[in-house]
Design a protein around this ligand. Sequence first.
Ligand code: NDP
Length: 478
Amino acid sequence: MSVRLNYVAGAFVDSTGRLEDVNPSDTREVVDTFAVADKALTDQAVEAAASAFPAWSRTSPETRADILDTVGNEILARKAELGALLSREEGKILAEGIGEVVRAGRLFKFFAGEALRLSGEKGASVRPGVDVEITREPEGVVGLITPWNFPIAIPAWKIAPALAYGNTVVFKPAEIVPACGWAIADMLARAGIPEGVFNLVVGPGSVVGQALVESSKVRAVSFTGSVATGRRIGAACFESGKKVQLEMGGKNPLVVLDDADLPTAVEVAVNGAYFSTGQRCTASSRLLVQSGIHDRFVAAVTERLKALKVGHALAPDTQMGPVVSAEQLKQDMDYMRIGSEEGAHLAFGGEVLEREAPGHYLAPALFTEATNAMRISREEIFGPVACVIRVADYEEALAIANDTPFGLSAGICTTSLKHATHFKRNAAAGMVMVNLATAGVDYHVPFGGRKGSSYGPREQGSYAREFYTTVKTAYTLA
Ligand code: NDP
């Protein structure tokens, strides 16, 4: 069997270790085998990126735009094939896999345009005869560390702006889903990215990720993943004087008021909590439901979950794929036990399912009678699990929505303009949705949160330049 190699200094290079990318829908299937980088190879990648930086940072933005646009076009042209690859390695259903691939292609094309749009400012100095110019320059070598839940979109929304603004990149995908990251490396290589400008190193976070975070030649690190790892990386970056951007967890509230349109609220809740197997940092994991609609809402969501087809990600009738790994399934099951022990009522699901193929299948779970003090309401589970908390009125719903260590996304289902407007203004979250799922965002506007969810500047849209550039102020006596 062929082995997918690391991409370092413009060449695909081997290393001694091997890892298998296993399909969570059918654990007998190895999607691909990858060469595992060690610290030495990671350091080589950083060296290559550092050597390539001066020339790349001075290229015409048109050169950078053309390469990114070529990759974006290829991703879009290969959406069916790459979508299937994504579904095979991560487990989200094919429609979701293709949707994520399209988003990745669009991100590359968006940042191709942004490369040309970067502009500065010129102003009058307080000193007569002096001009002041404010320009943006790339940071240098950036280390990009990504999680398993969006194997192509998250790499795309870090790699594309990093390159667009003239940085060089060492990219480490999550080791359980390296295939989509490798596909990006392959496309960039064929699109003519100069030697050393983009490097891919596949391997464990504790080795490859750590080497990136510790390297004195890496100027900035962008990370998406768990809170615990993010905080460790943030502390290490602070210690070594690096710029850092962290996108971490969420415990996103969806408020359902008595005046909500019930079918809309049910659809929004089921989509937000269970699509992509609930493995989204923006998932609606806390459903704050007003007393008057509570029982009808719970009954309707339960009916919908009963009908939700859980199965192989590539089967045409599957609506929810497997959990990504045995470790994640164990984490989900641990929370199922914790929720019951805490006194929440498991109204539906939560059991491991047998399917024709051996995979990590879990029935979508709905807890009711939960309180906001329970661990299942405070900690990110990262599976197809939601808990319903009953609330008396809008004011209580808003207070509970904001009573969380996180602040990524928050949603409300209501037909009241007054409550929708108030919620948009007062939800302590980076993204707010009205009659829409808390998950599912556009690619051309900022993404990120507050409190424990995010640290550093926003990702995506033109706001991405805050992280991937640094500002220079120049004075000239004319
Ligand atoms: P991690 O935070 O552990 O991993 C995210 C990325 O960081 C991976 O590429 C990982 O590498 C890397 N990494 C791990 N340790 C280090 C380190 N010491 N230095 C540098 N990089 C490191 O998340 P997991 O994928 O392990 O998932 C664990 C839990 O995190 C999930 O159950 C979920 O709760 C949460 N999570 C949240 C996400 C979100 O978007 N909010 C996304 C994914 C997970 P590798 O995995 O290859 O070892």
